[in-house]
Write a protein that binds this ligand. Structure first.
Ligand code: HDD
Length: 726
């Protein structure tokens, strides 16, 4: 029966079926893709060629321009199509960027599930991933302090699996019914639509105070996790608890994790603030550039598992999305890897129209009773109807790579044409019958989604179980587990946020009470900064418990790397070409991107080089000029020696660049004459000099918790600085 379905109704699907598993989505999208760069003439949407697209049809002679005519169907079509270009932006996560990739399972988890995507190691499942911020609207800046969405779509042979997560493992609320209140409170305030893309306002902090369950999450949101250096350097978490079902029908609770191979890295707050204005597209450009330079970002895929019968054995409820499953109790098991390797062809039909649904799971995976997940399962499908219409799953980016056949019909913008005389089940032809269950193969008409029996009993109540009532243990656990510089960043972030709250009730309650429930020293420091009453005793004790892998400093790549980092090289006329070329080659050899910044973008002459066109030319054409970019856009800066230092040291912008690079704790390298320029620009902070006589390049700004440190290499320099931002 199944082979008739595949062969008979979906001819276009045949090519997809024939494609290798890795290429399936590429082949699927090809049938809807055209290229504008061909010499085919312009047409209307109804296919008629257009002779003139620049002038509206009107009454006109050489002396008088008369009225434009409504009759001009070509002009009307052009304007009407334009007027209707926008669709509603996502109510949350409006600002985002996406890329295609693949998922490779490295270890079958047949013991836990019969989902083929998690048992078949020969597959290479196509994926689409969208990263986003939560609060801001579609045109807001990338580097704001916010949770990042980490939404993944697996195009499996058994249908779409959407794992719609964030870069933070917990959430603000426990019950989905609170989501509208939470989003209203976090979004710009209703009377003046301020502020954009930030939580630094009265309503947000009022809401989280009124909901102690939000404490754990707001501590994460105040940490460096909320200002990532790059989407490529973030962890992803499924957040909710799902169920894995194996062939014997046994159920396990599971949490999903993505761990970036590049390590977890963040910006410093000052950098993030400046980038918001200097380059609002910083993160989306970073991802696109890395992919176009073939520096494909990769993540491990890992699971944490609790057998269903053990779910009551913990001090927290494993169905509570405001709690992590500490890894010393429930270890991670790495089972696969994701690579992002293709940019979108066009933003709107792909990144904007992609739509995720937590309810999209494949056989072998099931929902837990996590009250947040249960509500999400309703909300996502519903929101896609208002954003994209009821047939949103037919859009090229959203449709599966396996055949779709059912008796759902009609609705706005229906594309699929289904031949045949019936549209209901059961029917006299046995057309589109339900599939057999998981014990029969897909080829033989099986693989139907089967809900493993689970017992549910109890009184009907608007409530959650008792363990959901504890809210502060893990907020403390998180804070205790941070390194000293991360704790400092949390204190400063709270200081910034509460400084933007002008209602004393709000900042008094958070600083004087809620924070004192977590850590007295933290509460005292923040209260003093923001002008709240400084608490003199802890509201509850802090036993100092810590857990592994909550601090992001524990997520460094096993081998330090500067791969894919942007390294600025500052030059003016008269730079030393040997130094520049040597460093440029070394940066490239390490897989990083050297970017030459000149005092102008016209050709810059090397030391001793004659501007005469016939002379041997050692100069370069810079990628940018000083005014076009800022130090914030780069991970490190190098300045070669040479006579150009004379003019560079007269240039305030260069000195500011150096000081700012240092202030943002990035590596600064210099040779020969440039060393003095760096010293001079850093002025009073000379105590932080590193490097040695044997090293031809001197490095500055290597700050670790233990004090200045000598790097072994350029790679280590950048890495130490990244790890030690304090
Ligand atoms: Fe949500 C979008 C992640 C709770 C309702 N959510 C959305 C996106 C991500 C998340 C990454 C963007 C998807 C994309 O790129 O298109 N949301 C989460 C996580 C949650 C969570 C990790 C907690 C575990 N969300 C949550 C709840 C509700 C929603 C409790 C409603 C009851 N979320 C939505 C939504 C959105 C959305 C309104 C807006 C656009 C969309 O769905 O497609 O339906």
């Amino acid at each position: 029966m199944a082979s008739v379905i595949v062969g008979g109704l979906h001819k276009a699907q045949e090519a997809v079926r024939q494609a290798t598993s890795k290429e399936k989505k590429v082949v699927d999208l090809e049938r809807d893709t055209a290229n504008i760069h061909i010499k085919q003439p312009l047409t209307t949407d109804h296919g008629v060629r257009v002779e003139n697209t620049d002038q509206w049809l009107r009454v006109v002679d050489d002396q008088h321009t008369g009225p434009s005519l409504l009759e001009d169907q070509i002009a009307r079509e052009k304007i009407t199509r334009f007027d209707h270009e926008r669709i509603p932006e996502r109510v949350v996560h409006a600002r985002g960027t996406g890329a295609f990739g693949n998922f490779k399972l490295t270890q079958s988890i047949e013991d836990l599930t019969y989902a083929n995507v998690l048992t078949d190691t020969s597959r290479n499942t196509p994926m689409f991933v969208r990263f986003s911020t939560v609060q801001g609207s579609r045109g807001s800046a990338d580097t704001v302090r916010d949770v990042r969405g980490f939404a993944t779509k697996f195009y499996t042979d058994e249908g779409i699996w959407d794992l719609v997560g964030n870069n933070i493992p917990v959430f603000f609320i426990q019950d989905a019914i609170k989501f509208p209140d939470f989003v209203h409170a976090v979004k710009p305030e209703p009377h003046n639509e301020v502020p954009q893309a930030q939580t630094a306002h009265n309503n947000f902090w009022d809401f989280v105070y009124m909901h102690p369950e939000a404490t754990h999450m707001f501590m994460w949101a105040m940490s460096d996790r909320a200002i990532p250096r790059s989407f490529r350097m973030m962890q992803g978490f499924g957040v909710n608890t799902f169920i894995l079902v194996n062939k014997a029908g046994k159920r396990h609770l599971v949490k999903f994790h993505w761990i970036p191979h590049l390590g977890v890295h963040s910006l410093v707050w000052d950098e993030a603030l400046k980038l918001g204005g200097q380059d609002p597209d910083f993160h989306r450009k970073d991802l696109m550039e890395a992919i176009s330079n073939k520096m494909y970002p990769t993540w491990d895929f890992a699971i944490q598992v609790i057998p269903e019968e053990k779910q009551d054995e913990f001090e927290f409820d494993p169905l509570d999305a405001t709690k992590v499953w500490p890894e010393d109790i429930i270890p991670l098991r790495v089972i696969g890897e994701m690579e992002l390797n293709r940019n979108v062809d066009e933003f709107f039909p792909q990144t904007e129209q992609v739509a995720f649904c937590t309810s999209h799971i494949v056989p072998g995976i099931d929902f837990s009773d996590d009250p947040l997940l249960q509500g999400r399962n309703f909300s996502y499908f519903d929101t896609q109807i208002s954003r994209l219409g009821v047939n949103w799953e037919e859009l090229p980016i959203n449709r599966p790579v396996c055949p779709v056949l059912n008796h759902n019909r009609d609705g706005q913008m229906r594309h699929r044409i289904t031949q045949g005389t019936v549209n209901y089940w059961p029917n006299r032809f046995d057309a589109a019958p339900p599939a057999a269950g998981p014990n029969v193969s897909q080829r033989e008409g099986g693989g139907g989604f089967h809900t493993a029996p689970a017992r549910v009993a109890g009184p009907k109540r608007r409530a959650v179980s008792a363990k959901f009532g504890e809210h502060l243990n893990q907020a403390q656990l998180f804070y205790n587990s941070l390194s000293e510089h991360e704790k400092l960043h949390v204190r400063k972030a709270l200081g910034f946020e509460l400084d933007h709250c002008d209602d004393p009730t709000v900042y008094e309650r958070i600083a004087g009470h809620r924070l004192a429930e977590i850590d007295l020293a933290l509460a005292q420091a923040v209260a003093e900064i923001v002008g709240a009453t400084v608490p003199d005793r802890a509201v509850r004790a802090n036993p100092g418990r810590r857990a592994p892998h909550l601090s992001q400093t524990e997520f460094m790549p096993p081998k330090p790397t500067i791969a894919s980092r942007h390294i600025a090289i500052l030059i003016g006329d008269g730079f030393d070409p040997v130094s520049l070329n040597g460093m440029r080659a070394a940066i490239k050899a390490s897989g990083a991107l050297p970017v030459i910044i000149g005092t102008k973008r016209s050709r810059i002459c090397a030391e001793g080089e004659s501007p005469s066109p016939s002379a041997v030319r050692a100069g370069v054409s810079p990628d940018h000029q000083l005014d076009g970019v800022r130090s914030t856009l780069f991970d490190a800066t190098f300045i070669p020696g040479g006579s150009h230092i004379k003019s560079l040291s007269q240039n305030g912008q260069v000195k500011h660049w150096i000081a700012e690079t240092f202030g943002h704790l990035k590596a600064l390298g210099a040779t020969a004459e440039a060393v003095n320029l760096v010293k001079e620009s850093l002025g009073a902070v000379s105590g932080l000099k590193v490097g040695s006589a044997e090293q031809p390049v001197e490095w500055y700004g290597i700050v670790t918790a233990g004090g200045p440190q000598k790097p072994e290499s350029f790679k280590e320099t950048v890495n130490i600085v990244r790890g030690a931002k304090d």
